[in-house]
Design a protein around this ligand. Structure first.
Ligand code: SF4
Length: 471
């Protein structure tokens, strides 16, 4: 098989030989200062770089060049998305699973974890608890199970979630992270009004993938790797990719992830809407010591920075798997979305769970309000914006705005407007005070006079009790 970026076949667009050649090329050029400078100059146009170029940057360990890489990543994030950080929370619907993923506590053969599936009434309670925290954007998570979580259950749950309006609360965007499925089911998800369809590849290395996924439908490498193609064919044009760093060597998976992004661009004209960068972390029945490829904080930061440089338009997501300290580090080099106040237990928002049903241990255990205040202190604007998908800015329409940097004209006012809603409805007095000062300062920085005036009007209307404005 040859490498073909626009092939529909997994092993052609994620081509093992091309990845190995790229690793060799990057290692051979890791000290090539001229080449690295050349790549950085090219990347400074905010148009992205190839997987080979990204691999060279990732190998770089020369302190001065590394500082340049970090600075450029920060600049690109700032230029394209401004200082807003979009907030979301995961919602676990069910942890029944038929797969055998070695690193996941949901695996069918794990008999020590408590199993639970939420009823629609329980989902309602979870959503009210999430709305009362201030969340507007969720990522639905569920194990793969033909009877416990068929597509009908997922669709019913999405419908339930969108229809709950508690006080001023509303979930305005539901992203979905469920197992690889058929074109027909992706169409159904699209019609149910989902935001992004998220599916992590876990690892792009086929041999390792098969060892890590010995049983269940997920053991089919090609079916899993081609899932985003089927999602696109089913009409979903915002897809989110990611690997679980630590399962395999980070070089291989990083390059695979870049090639996947290039594949989606080449074949559909739309790269990944988001890229997630989880690292393997402790959980029930999972001992991280068994994963010699787990990555250091320093390497993690480099991966985030080079991802931002290589795929400038994408949203980069970091979850509460990461500690506050490591989240702070990567916020500086390009992360644009964070979860906050997360519970990874099934039913954990409405009630403290007596039995552990969680997929992983949470490292950042702070409340959403604490994270909002912390983001203020770091100079970021927490945003509860969901405007793009609701305004039909998805797929290639979104990409055109993101690539040209025009999306910032929407992100900035939307961040301030949705933050104003948060401050009015959910913030503690201390957070509210800080947030109001930040809004007063940031609103004046909106360059376009018409947008600025309209945003000011909306801010006042929110104080007077109205909700849900957007650009
Ligand atoms: S304007 Fe669009 S890209 Fe910007 S935060 Fe809102 S939904 Fe995201």
């Amino acid at each position: 098989m040859n490498y073909r970026v626009d092939s529909p076949i997994a092993e052609e667009f994620i081509h093992d030989g091309e990845i190995l050649d790229t690793i060799a090329y990057a290692q051979a050029h890791k000290n090539d200062k001229n080449l690295i400078e050349e790549i950085l100059n090219k990347a400074a146009n905010y148009k992205g770089i190839s997987h080979r170029e990204a691999a060279v940057l990732l190998e770089c360990d020369e302190p001065q060049l590394l500082e340049k890489i970090f600075a450029l990543a920060k600049e690109i994030k700032q230029r394209l998305y401004g200082n807003r950080i979009v907030m979301f929370a995961p919602l676990y619907l069910s942890n029944y699973c038929v797969n055998g993923c070695v690193y996941c506590p949901y695996k069918a053969k794990n008999k020590t974890i408590g199993r639970k599936k939420l009823s629609q009434q329980e989902i309602e309670k979870e959503v009210i608890a999430l709305q009362d925290m201030g969340h507007k954007r969720l990522a639905l998570e569920t194990g793969e199970h033909p009877t416990h979580s068929p597509i009908e259950y997922v669709l019913e749950s999405i419908n339930t979630i969108y229809n709950i309006h508690h006080k001023n609360g509303a979930i305005r965007r539901v992203n979905v992270n469920i197992a690889a499925t058929t074109v027909e089911n992706y169409s159904k998800l699209k019609n149910a009004g989902i935001g992004t369809y998220i599916l992590f590849q876990e690892t792009y290395n086929k041999e390792n993938y098969q060892k890590l996924h010995p049983t269940g439908p997920k053991s089919d490498y090609a079916y899993h790797t081609e899932a985003m193609d089927r999602a696109m064919e089913g009409g979903i044009d915002d897809v989110g990719i990611g690997v679980l760093f630590g399962l395999n060597t980070y070089r291989y998976d990083f390059i695979g992830m870049m090639m996947h992004a290039e594949h989606l661009e080449a074949r559909y004209g739309v790269g990944p809407h988001t890229i997630s960068v989880p690292r393997i972390c402790p959980a029930d029945d999972v001992d991280t010591k068994e994963y010699p490829n787990s990555i250091s904080d320093e390497l993690f930061k480099r991966i985030v920075a080079v991802t931002r440089i290589a795929v400038p338009y994408t949203g980069i997501i970091v979850s509460t798997r990461e500690s506050a300290a490591s989240r702070q580090d990567v916020l500086e080099v390009g992360v644009s979305q964070l979860s906050g106040g997360s519970r990874t237990t099934v039913g954990g928002y409405a009630e403290e769970q007596t039995e552990d049903t969680s997929q992983f241990d949470i490292s950042d255990q702070r409340t959403l309000d604490q994270i909002v205040e912390w983001l203020f202190d770091l100079g970021h604007i927490p945003s509860f914006c969901t405007a793009c998908y609701r305004m039909g800015r998805t797929g290639d329409r979104f990409m055109a705005l993101a690539k040209s940097g025009q999306i910032g004209n929407c992100c900035a006012p939307n961040a301030l407007i949705t933050l104003r809603e948060y401050l009015s409805d959910y913030a503690t007095p201390e957070t509210k005070k800080k947030g109001e000062a930040i809004i007063a300062r940031e609103i004046e920085k909106i360059p376009n006079e018409r947008i600025r005036d309209k945003a000011k009007k909306n801010l006042q209307e929110i104080i007077e009790g109205k909700r849900d404005f957007r650009f």
